[in-house]
Design a binder for this molecule. Structure first.
Ligand SMILES: Cc1cc2nc3c(=O)[nH]c(=O)nc-3n(C[C@H](O)[C@H](O)[C@H](O)COP(=O)(O)OP(=O)(O)OC[C@H]3O[C@@H](n4cnc5c(N)ncnc54)[C@H](O)[C@@H]3O)c2cc1C
Ligand code: SF4
Length: 531
């Protein structure tokens, strides 16, 4: 590294790939004695097998951020894999930099991932120079405040937390009461997309960031990835692009966000352009999660913009649409972070339902006859993206009702999605979708039969399986698997008021039918690779 050193730097500040927050107070003062380090690292590109678009997006956004900081007059060292591959890990690189630059102060922003926070803590305790850690200044709740809201092992509820934050930050409130008189508009939302709705679905805003040099670097350094690579990345990599995507959401998507939040279709694959501008993978979703998680955008900016769009729309955008959106960011996103930090590192090992089956190999190629799973997985491989209900009620549901090992499920989600960083991925996957935390995140297991998928999508009409059947050879596999799962966990769920009705329906079925369904489920699990 010494060949790169121009002059000593008294202070070295580390910027991680998901800390691209240009509004951080660090950047208020410029000093030639402060060196900002942004580095592509083998350890980050390979701690799981990531989607190639995810690694490209982070590396491209880091390069753009380094460039913008330099333009703003800061002293920046941006290192690519070519320069860092000789180092075993982040501490090894930092140690060398501190020596080469004769640094006396090392500073960093608190990582959002337990793994990295521990690594930097251990490193900080091992060096002679002074160390200071800062808040990332990104979330509504600071790190220091989290423990006022969350306790380890406690079953917190989103609704309670969300209402507290609405009041505290005075969002969608009127004289101390929720605007419109209701906290929750779920009943008005969550509709299926009909053919007559198709024309209104907006064309997604896609970018075309040239990532060819990054793809070459990944190849050169043998970084194993999954998914389809595009030379021109469609995800936003600068704050300016992220703002454009936010504006696009406010203008074209917010109007029906809540209503079609849970809808899924396979009928809008129009493939308009080279980048695959089909609409069915985006619908009315914002696709802002990468930009927010990389901290190109603050959650406050996103929420304030959505509310401003609602206020300026003179009733054209209803409160139900905007409340649904605010709930995701102010509610769920802050909530899962609190759960993560209150419960790590134990949370990463929870497996309350003792699920041990291997993830089927078709999760890595989408090659399954189940149309819903085929679409959700194929889309995830093509775009590194699936919306919440595809993640929760299609892939997640299949893993839950088939008893797949949550470690393997976590690993798949952590790798495949553009927005997957452990603090947000794990409570959503292990908690909300797999119920492996016995309800710390969610009040019930999100288990569903084919009936739910049929209600929210048009997948079943084109499927090789029959959604209305349960135990025949053609029957939708999700039906038998669902009943098997519920029957198997009757002791875990029978007292839950949200599932009591399910058991009443199960026990109403003639015993012979129940046996046929359970036998079908066992057969399906025995041939899980062939479904
Ligand atoms: C099994 C599973 C795994 C998930 N893994 C991740 C993950 O790794 N990273 C991630 O950011 N989200 C994750 N989510 C939450 C959610 O699915 C994504 O945030 C969302 O699909 C991102 O797409 P979008 O930006 O178009 O979101 P929109 O539908 O437009 O929602 C707006 C924003 O709300 C926030 N949001 C919505 N739901 C959640 C949630 N449950 N938790 C946290 N934030 C939320 C996101 O910032 C999102 O950008 C996961 C959900 C499930 C069920
Ligand atoms: S029939 Fe079953 S497997 Fe096929 S798409 Fe519908 S829910 Fe999925």
């Amino acid at each position: 590294m010494s060949h790169l050193v121009s002059s000593p730097a008294q202070k070295l500040r580390l910027i991680l790939g998901d800390q691209l927050n240009a509004s951080h107070s660090w950047y208020k003062v410029k000093s030639p004695n402060t060196l900002y380090v942004i580095a592509e690292l083998h350890q980050e590109a390979s701690y799981t097998r990531h989607h190639v678009q995810k690694v490209s997006a982070f590396f491209a956004a880091m390069a753009a951020f380094a460039h913008a900081l330099k333009q703003a007059g800061h002293r920046v060292l941006h290192l690519t894999l070519d320069e860092t591959s000789q180092y075993q890990d982040l501490p090894a690189l930092l140690r060398d930099l501190i020596e080469c630059y004769q640094t006396r102060e090392f500073e960093y922003q608190l990582p959002d991932e337990y793994r990295l926070r521990q690594q930097l803590l251990v490193f900080s305790n091992s060096i002679e120079v002074s160390v200071q850690a800062y808040e990332s200044e990104h979330f509504y709740l600071s790190d220091a405040e989290l423990l006022d809201y969350f306790n380890a092992g406690k079953k917190h509820r989103l609704e309670h937390f969300y209402r507290k934050l609405r009041v505290r930050f005075n969002l969608l409130m009127e004289q101390g009461k929720p605007l419109g008189g209701q906290w929750n508009y779920d009943a008005d939302n969550r509709q299926k997309l009909k053919v007559s709705d198709f024309n209104d679905v907006p064309t997604p805003l896609l970018f075309a960031n040239d990532v060819r040099p990054i793809l070459q670097r990944l190849k050169r350094h043998n970084i194993a990835t999954i998914g389809v690579a595009h030379d021109h990345l469609l995800w936003p990599i600068t704050r300016c692009q992220a703002n454009q995507l936010l504006e696009h959401f406010c203008r074209y998507c917010s109007i029906r966000f809540g209503r079609f939040q849970d809808a899924m279709t396979s009928k809008l694959d129009t493939k308009l352009g080279a980048l695959g501008e089909d609409k069915q993978w985006t619908l009315y979703h914002s696709r802002l999660s990468f930009a927010i998680n990389a901290k190109l955008l603050s959650p406050k900016r996103v929420v304030d913009s959505a509310i401003a769009a609602y206020e300026a729309a003179n009733g054209e955008i209803t409160l139900a649409q905007i409340e649904g959106f605010v709930r995701q960011i102010l509610g769920w996103r802050e909530f899962v972070r609190g759960v993560y930090w209150a419960n790590m590192p134990e949370y990463a090992k929870l497996n309350t339902l003792s699920a041990t089956r291997d993830l089927p190999s078709w999760f890595w190629n989408g090659d399954t006859k189940m149309n819903c799973l085929h679409h959700a997985i194929k889309q995830s491989l093509d775009y590194s993206y699936a919306h919440h209900i595809q993640r929760l009620m299609v892939t997640g549901n299949f893993c839950l009702i088939s008893g797949i090992d949550p470690d393997q499920v976590d690993d798949w989600y952590l790798g495949i999605y553009i927005d997957a960083i452990e603090w947000v991925e794990m409570p959503n996957t292990r908690g909300m979708s797999q119920f492996a935390d016995s309800g710390i995140v969610g009040s019930k297991a999100y288990a569903a039969s084919g009936n739910y998928i049929n209600k929210m999508s048009d997948y079943c009409a084109d499927c090789r399986y029959q959604v209305k059947e349960s135990h025949t050879e053609e029957a939708c596999p999700l039906n038998a698997l669902y009943w098997r799962f519920m029957a198997q966990h009757i002791d875990d769920f029978k007292t839950n008021p949200r599932t009591k009705m399910v058991y009443a329906n199960w026990l109403k079925k003639p015993i012979e039918d129940r046996e046929l369904i359970l036998a079908r489920a066992e057969k399906l699990l025995g041939h899980i690779e062939d479904l």
